[in-house]
Design a protein around this ligand. Sequence first.
Ligand code: PA5
Length: 444
Amino acid sequence: MITVDLKGCSTFVKPEQYKAYVKKALDAFDVLESEKGAGNDFLGWKHLASETPESIIAGCEAVRDSWKAKGVDLVIVIGIGGSYLGARCAIEALSGNFDKLLKGPKAAPDVVFAGNNLSEEYLAELMDLAAQRNTACVVISKSGTTTEPAVAFRIVKAFIEKNYKDAAERIVAITDAKKGALKTLSTQEGYKTFVVPDNVGGRFSVLTPVGLLPIVIAGFDIRAMLAGAAEMEKTLAVKSEDNAAIQYAAMRNLLYTELGKKVEIMVTYNPKFQYLGEWWKQLYGESEGKDGKGIFPASVNNTADLHSMGQFIQEGDRVMFETVINIKKANRSVVIEADEQNLDQLNFLAGKHVEHCGAMAQLGTKLAHIDGGVPQVEVTIDHIDAKILGGLFYFFEFACGVSAYTLGVNPFNQPGVEAYKKNMFALLEKPGYEEQTKSIRKRL
Ligand code: PA5
């Protein structure tokens, strides 16, 4: 269950303004649900949770089990953007903060990521790690041609082929059903493959094998995650002013359009949710930032960022509002003890849970930021687990579709992502880019 609380916006907006934007969001909901809006060939994500066949789930679990049988203890997951952030977000959210450093046998292999940068040092150091471990690789690219993952995969593939006789059994590819270099290579080498459906864009793909396979390999319950998303799918399909996605989409569009709040900061208070912010930024940034419009999505992880970004949020340019992820219950418990000397003068907290201090910091920050002119939207979940995370993924995806249609943009394309790639290929002197290479050189 996810609730959206808009009370932290009430001093900034008039009830009739909100009503008008709810009406716009309800119209946008109809566009999304009619499946006739712009980008409607990319709506496959809407029913993934309820319609994912058992064969895909069992197929992901089978890879996990076969690598376990080989003693694999390091899985390199290669991908970028939508082919990376969902899995990373879920694994960070569901793992213990220090799991990788704990001694003793591990229930699941360590999952590390590559192909999301072009850092030579990163890849060299990754190969140092792979050399010490029993390694396998999941390579993910819908197009099969993205440079960053392709470069990383070339290096990891060569390493695996050099070091393992069963190399082809240690590589799984997730890509297009029919086309692209990765598909061709997989067929040629006999890799196990999973498909990124044609009608699911990268940033909406966390509930396809793109997210499910790395998440299950890391030891988490993808069945629960899909069940949580399926419940949310049902809940959000009801057209109502109380629909959490409508409420969120209406308020963020109101704040943007009427109050000039051009920046939305996702605020999290648990270090495990840092990558929820990263995943959400791509989802909203790529979906809405086009045609000269869009809210710039930013994120902070408090309380750490209260000591870096807190000053700006409190007193800087009043361009932002915050969407706070409120977690009701901690999964673990630590109580602050009394100290005889009380030099730090914290004995007034003796017997209190650390989470209580966190909750008061969160509340104090909320009040201070409202006083400072920063409206607060609160999205509340009970605690962090796979089922709730599945629901949260679906909530933000669905709300994104409603919100982008409310704004009047196509949520499902990303034409702007190509611009840097063209320049990069020209500068790298890729065959076919000769003209661009010449013209770009003149600018340098
Ligand atoms: O959302 C998107 O479409 C992008 O972020 C892509 O996921 C990203 O560019 C990776 O593309 P691909 O999976 O084709 O390698």
